[in-house]
Design a protein. Sequence first.
Length: 259
Amino acid sequence: MAPKVAIVFYSMYGHILQLVDEEARGIREAGGVVDIYQVEETLSEDVLAKMHAPPKANYPILSDPKTLEQYDGFLFGIPTRYGNWPAQFKAFWDKTGGQWQTGAFWGKYAGAFVSTATPGGGQESTVISAMSTFVHHGMIFVPLGYKTVFGTLADLTEVRGGSPWGAGTFAALFQGALARLRAGQGLLASPHQAELHMTAWWRRGQEAVGGGAPVTEPSQTEQKSTTQPPKQQTSTEPQHKEEHDKSGPCGLPVKCILS
């Protein structure tokens, strides 16, 4: 059974919405099932009109946190407000006291992707600030890292969003540059992030760790490697002890002194 992933986002002007589509594509291409939700708006129609906010996307409104209990993991799309969650997202998390108390989200994987107005506007700090929420719910954070997007993130010849903490974009880049970015620059990290999350969920299922992730049948090779006689395992203990004595308790090439 394929892992079920929920993408939960808030987007006022559509920048995060563009990344949502890319994240969803990456999950589907990696073999996962994805549902997309947006958190409730907290601003009045009058205020939104004064801010020239366009109509909301046609995705279900996530009003009850219990809806998320059926999923194996989450990707949160966060448009930063001063390097932190926007109030709309915070209002959603403030309703999750029941899930926090029962551990309904405990052990589930979580990642984040962001949008900021400027390079120093919170590409990293927004995700870092979200960690407190993830930790209190016992969720396991899976970052984007550099492995699959090093060339993109390390290329400074062009301005682009994203960091090892998660995929991202700059709102200003969407002013007439979206077509070029879609060709392989700014949005490249999003499907990679989704694929990394899928890899983590599949691996967890194979190892049968639990936490709501699916458990798959091991291949014949895996079965052979996991059914080795106990004798073979215990016979290596003296060798490990000898190496430990030789290298010292610190694991360095020579013995170290602990004071």
